[in-house]
Design a binder for this molecule. Structure first.
Ligand code: ZN
Length: 343
């Protein structure tokens, strides 16, 4: 990016109410068949246009074509039975009914490649595309086949790498892997989590990112945050290994969180997507609040490596709130750009 402080979102944006029930995760679609396909494309157009109007520099599909950031990818793979469900504890935090791995997993067809081509044809702006990371994928499943979290993660990394290479060929500029599980399973992150992430991005020439957050603003996550104490130092566990990894950009949560800003020092040299928008409440930040978060981050990341962003996806928020938050993000970035140029 040649523009200083290019803005982006962590991923999902709210869906229109004619496509899916609003303000809900795993919201069922309101249409079926060809009508659904066309409606998803229309929603993608709307989401892109809202991002452009709000001044977002690196745009995305707003995840309009997927029901959920993890399960939609898994649905397209072989070896996972969605009718055979088990209740598991997701990220040690909440129970969910999840599909079962019943045999070897493989990707026999593209998942998001057509959607990415569709978005590419609509805009000249840089595009970022989010995929789930291997560790977060295994945490959203019941494994009755491999019986090993690590083995399954390596298999998913291969499938993700195949998808990522085709997304790159479709013109995606940044491929992001969402790994909220990196904030929970610290031993596994260091044993094989970062290694499987690197397998997923192996051979890519486009930029790569990993998004690590404290989750959507849903109750299970906000309750969990209450237990984390006055300082959230979870990033401290994964950052040293990520600093040495091949990933180009690290996307993290900063605004309104209790993450000590100086932890960013641990990934010095990487580009940092700084979450300057809280997705867990409906209060729209002011541009000055965003600027304040960015100013603090600038103590630990060079200006040419700072990418203002949101803490996490905004799928569960009302649309007008998400729009307002995107505008605040652009406004805050502009304040800091002017300050930096004035130096
Ligand atoms: Zn997130």
């Amino acid at each position: 990016m040649s523009k200083l402080l290019p803005t982006s979102t962590a991923g999902s944006l709210p869906k229109p109410s004619w496509l899916a029930e609003p303000e809900k995760l795993w919201s069922p679609w309101k249409l079926t068949g060809d009508e659904l396909i066309l409606a998803k494309q229309d929603a993608l157009r709307v989401s892109l246009s809202e991002q452009i109007q709000a001044g977002v520099d690196i745009v995305s599909d707003g995840e309009q074509t997927r029901q959920h950031f993890v399960t939609t990818f898994i649905e397209h793979l072989n070896g996972v039975d969605f009718d055979k469900r088990e209740t598991v504890r997701i990220r040690n935090r909440y129970d969910a009914s999840v599909p079962t791995v019943v045999s070897e997993v493989s990707r026999t067809k593209p998942v998001f490649v057509e959607d990415a081509k569709f978005l590419r044809a609509l805009t000249d702006r840089p595009i970022k595309w989010a995929l789930p990371g291997p560790m977060t994928m295994i945490d959203t499943l019941y494994d009755a086949h491999y019986k090993s979290r690590e083995k399954l993660a390596w298999e998913f990394a291969i499938a993700l790498n195949q998808e990522a290479k085709e997304l790159e060929a479709a013109g995606v500029d940044i491929i992001q892997f969402d790994e909220p599980a990196f904030n929970v399973f610290f031993d596994e992150v260091n044993d094989w989590g970062v290694a499987t992430l690197e397998r997923a991005l192996e051979g890519l020439k486009c930029e790569t990112a990993v998004h690590i957050c404290y989750g959507y603003g849903i109750k299970a996550n906000t309750d969990w945050k209450q237990t984390l104490g006055s300082e959230w130092r979870q990033y401290e566990e994964a950052f040293p290994k990520l600093q040495k990894s091949k990933v180009d950009i690290i996307s993290l949560e900063c605004h309104n969180s209790r993450v000590p800003m100086d932890l960013i020092e641990l990934i010095r040299g990487k580009k940092v997507m700084v979450g300057a928008i809280d997705v867990a409440n409906h209060t729209i930040e002011t541009a000055e609040e965003v600027a304040d978060t960015l100013r603090k981050a600038l103590q630990f990341v060079d200006a040419d490596k700072l990418y203002p962003s949101t803490n996490c996806g905004m799928a569960p928020l009302p649309r007008h709130v998400a729009r307002g938050k995107l505008q605040a993000l652009s406004g805050g970035a502009e304040i800091i750009r002017k300050e930096l140029v004035g130096l």
